[in-house]
Design a protein around this ligand. Structure first.
Ligand SMILES: CSC[C@H]1O[C@H](OP(=O)(O)O)[C@H](O)[C@@H]1O
Ligand SMILES: Nc1ncnc2[nH]cnc12
Length: 336
């Protein structure tokens, strides 16, 4: 069997021994633990995407935030751009941990987003395995969602503004249209080459970890849902509060349970992820190539969001709780 670099590390190398936590820790420890250069873009990997093979790992950062530790070390990858031969640094974080040991409701999203911001990240491309709620969105199709319906149950911490400092941010368009436009162009450039892309869609974020009942699945369809996952929230809300441009790329892995075909199982999700791994790898590479272009330098710095949170804070500064302020100062150094 010929070996080829694979996007989904463990599942797509069935004959390779699964790396133990100790071996992973040793591999990470061998990398430098600091990185000096700018890192404006991050990729958050989800189910089946725990690393980004094919990119050179140059550092592994362990960042402890006021909201705890991140899901996994943040690896810094060097990416050689196709168009201008420029090398860009990209941060990578595995949402469910290096060994998929973190359940959707346990993901430390506040720590993840805060840590990424602390190293300079201002744009996030988040990957997710999703169930399809529409016949036209077939397993292995990609969807670039533009709306979200929140069906989480309030068990996940979802804001940085609490305990004495109140703020409200606009969330009418939960994803970043500027980044989405680039992502859609990249997806379309790969069409006809095995990639099928749906430009828009509403993603339902359910609590999990159990999949939906058939009645729920049918209700989400009646609401106009296109796809369903367990992880776009609170990630997208926290990114907005942190003034980070955020866009999710969804890959359909099943028809959820509303469909006549077999009910969704983890095996089904993993099977489709594995089968489409090369397309997903090409998609993310194309997006990173495009975003590295000079014409997108303001976009990836999220200049359009910079300073926006200041208009959302309703608590007058003299009344701020000292502990809450200390945490916010970590997120926004020198800002307030
Ligand atoms: C293993 S199926 C359910 C699981 O898959 C998705 O994960 P992610 O969004 O991180 O790719 C979904 O949200 C659930 O967490
Ligand atoms: N059917 C489904 N429901 C929720 N999350 C999912 N992730 C992948 N498939 C899913």
């Amino acid at each position: 069997m010929r070996w080829s670099p694979s996007f989904f590390s463990s599942i797509s190398k069935p004959f390779r021994r699964i790396e133990s936590p100790k071996q992973y820790a040793r591999r990470m420890a061998a990398l430098p633990s600091t990185y000096d250069g700018p890192v404006p873009i991050a990729v958050i990997g989800g189910t089946g995407l725990r690393e980004l093979p094919g990119f050179t790992q140059v550092a592994s950062l362990s960042i402890n935030t006021p909201w705890g530790e991140t899901s996994s070390p943040i690896t810094i990858l060097h990416h050689q751009c196709k168009h201008n031969d420029k090398t860009v640094a990209v941060a990578f974080l595995s949402r469910h941990g290096a060994h998929h040991q973190i359940a959707p409701h346990e993901v430390p999203a506040r720590a993840n987003i805060a840590a990424l911001r602390s190293i300079g990240v201002r744009s996030i491309i988040a990957f997710s395995a999703v169930g399809s709620l529409q016949e036209a969105i077939k397993p292995r199709d990609f969807v670039i969602p533009d709306q979200i319906i929140d069906r989480t149950k309030g068990v996940r911490p979802w804001t940085y503004f609490e305990k004495g400092i109140v703020a409200h941010v606009p969330f009418g368009d939960p994803f970043d249209e500027g980044i989405a436009k680039v992502v859609r162009e990249c997806g379309h450039s790969l069409e006809g080459d095995g990639v099928v892309l749906h430009d828009r869609g509403t993603i339902v974020c359910m609590e999990g970890p159990q999949f939906s009942t058939r009645a729920e699945s049918n209700m989400y369809r009646a609401w106009g849902g296109s796809v369903i996952n367990m992880s776009v929230l609170p990630e997208a809300k926290l990114a907005r509060e942190a003034e980070i441009a955020y866009q999710m790329i969804c890959m359909s892995t099943d028809y959820d349970c509303w469909h006549d075909s077999a009910d969704v199982t983890v095996e089904m999700v993993m099977g489709h992820m594995k089968a489409n791994s090369e397309n997903a790898r090409r998609f993310v590479t194309a997006v990173l190539d495009a975003l590295a272009g000079e014409e997108h330098s303001e976009l990836i710095q999220a200049k359009h969001l910079a300073g926006s949170i200041k208009f959302g804070v309703t608590t007058p500064q003299p009344h701020w709780n000292a502990e809450a302020k200390e945490k916010l100062d970590w997120l926004f150094p020198g800002y307030f």
